[in-house]
Unconditional design. Structure first.
Length: 70
């Protein structure tokens, strides 16, 4: 399922990132890499705040839709 549909407070593992090569590189540079654990902290004004690798990162819903988690 896309990260944009993930439940708040539940931990997920990133399985895949969809999109063009440049988009995938950008997302990976933020720390969203296959196998990483991610948890949605909150959703505000179309943005999703997540904990990943000990940091909080905000991504837009469109970007979160490209990150597939399980």
């Amino acid at each position: 399922m896309p990260l944009s549909m993930a439940d708040i407070g539940k931990k997920y593992i990133i399985k895949r990132i969809r999109g063009k090569d440049e988009v995938i590189r950008f997302i990976e540079n933020l720390g969203f890499v296959t196998g990483a654990e991610v948890m949605v902290v909150s959703q505000m004004r179309g943005n999703i705040i997540v904990n990943i690798k000990g940091s909080r990162v905000a991504v837009g819903k469109d970007m979160a839709g490209k990150i597939i988690v399980e």
